[in-house]
Design a protein around this ligand. Structure first.
Ligand code: TPP
Ligand code: MG
Length: 390
């Protein structure tokens, strides 16, 4: 039975595309649009088997991601953060996939997934220290606004698009050879699917079947390139077929669809099933990064039409309609999150930066003469500045 068929709440919205895909692989259900929060009658939490605690945890993680995301943007505008790729509108994918994993599972993310770090429990204070490069930044400013965290099994996100995919496959292969019961999840954008890394990763995975799940966060843009210019395929999910793997498409603005589908895939893979490609269809509500202006290549109407499918509001409405929380509890939760983040931001703004000379630390065990010369020059420059300031 395919993944989509194993989920009792599947709704199909794209039958036409489904038929086109079926001509290729002959399987019904593979490209069904998996959604929970989409229809008029929404399933009760018991029916989908998710506890109130887990529902609230996912909701809180999405709210936290949204709030911290906004603060980091402001810090960038204040000149405290070098560059930032916002998560606005994509919180459901980030939180949903992470919640589906066990702590020992390893994530190979991209530069746009603040929600992964928060769902895994990386403290807000630490994220801010790293983003603004304070004296407490564990990597002393060596990261470029994106980072990994070994304690939380998150591998550093690469700046080059898609390079994490083959690395994740290799890591999963090593786990398989060692007999470890872990799953590796790699997540990437729609733009990454045009790179060789994506195809090489899927191909290797289809032959050797390591415990890896591929998640394409299809936010429909790779900077200014729309998905229609990225691929001639109707879906990203169907690309799995060429590799003999299962591909599914989920509503990426529906945290429950993302969570349940990823969990079903991960549970099967942990028991030895082949890798799966999940396409989470979402929309990048903000700019590509703080260096981009999306008004130059897309209309406000398009963005506004996606705002109606806001993942945080949809989950909020669901939880209230099912009595998991009421309006008041929601308002308390939101103001608590806002207060917590604001307090951490206040603290980080009071901190000084590291000594500029840390730039030379942790790079070479035995620095070459060129680097030593630069270090001496920097020392002299800092000395001069200090004298001038006095
Ligand atoms: C190999 C490589 N080529 C080009 C770039 C420049 N670049 C940075 S992000 C990006 C778009 C990636 O789009 P997508 O994979 O859809 O991820 P998203 O930014 O939408 O999350 C590009 C082309 C890069 N970082 N690496
Ligand atoms: Mg994209």
């Amino acid at each position: 039975m395919g993944l989509a068929e194993s989920l009792p709440f599947v709704r199909t919205r794209v039958r036409r595309k489904l038929i086109i895909c079926n001509r290729i692989d002959g399987h019904w259900g593979w490209y069904e649009f998996i959604a929970v929060l989409g229809g008029k009658v929404l399933p009760d939490p018991e029916k989908i088997g998710v506890s109130s605690d887990d529902l609230l945890k996912m909701y809180k993680a999405m709210v936290l991601t949204r709030v911290l995301d906004r603060y980091i943007l402001r810090l960038q505008r204040m000149g405290k953060v070098a560059l930032y790729a916002e998560s606005l509108g994509e919180e459901a994918v980030e939180v949903g996939v992470t919640q589906a994993l066990q702590p020992r599972d390893v994530v190979f993310p991209t530069y746009r997934e603040l929600g992964i770090y928060l769902t895994r429990g990386v403290p807000v204070a630490e994220i801010l220290d790293r983003m603004t490069c304070t004296v407490d930044d564990p990597l002393k400013g060596h990261e470029f606004a994106i980072f990994g965290d070994k304690r939380f099994n998150i591998v550093p996100a690469p700046t080059p698009v898609s390079t994490q995919i083959p690395l994740a496959v290799g890591y999963a292969m090593a786990a398989k050879l060692k007999g470890e019961k872990m799953v590796v999840l790699t997540i990437f954008g729609d733009g990454a699917t045009s790179k060789g890394d994506f195809h090489e990763g899927l191909n290797f995975a289809s032959v050797h079947k390591p415990p890896v799940v591929f998640v394409c966060r299809n936010n429909q843009y790779a900077i200014s390139t729309h998905i229609s210019k990225q691929t001639g395929s109707s879906t990203i999910a169907q690309k799995a077929v060429a590799y003999g793997l299962e591909g599914v498409r989920v509503d990426g603005n529906d945290v429950l669809a993302v969570y349940l589908t990823t969990k079903a895939a991960v549970d099967r893979i942990r028991e030895g099933a082949p890798p799966v490609l999940i396409e989470a269809l979402t929309y990048r509500m903000g700019a590509h990064t703080t260096s981009d202006d999306p008004k130059r290549y897309r209309t406000e109407d398009e963005t506004q039409s996606w705002a109606k499918l806001d993942p945080v509001s949809r989950m909020r409405d669901y939880l209230i309609s099912k009595g998991v929380m009421d309006e008041e509890a929601d308002s308390v939760l939101r103001s608590e999150v806002e207060r917590e983040v604001a307090a951490e931001v206040e603290k980080v703004l009071q901190k000084s930066g590291p000594d500029p000379l840390v730039i030379f630390e942790d790079v070479y065990s035995d620095p070459p003469w060129t680097v030593l010369e630069q270090m001496e020059e920097l020392k002299r420059m800092i000395g001069i500045q200090r004298v001038v300031r006095r």
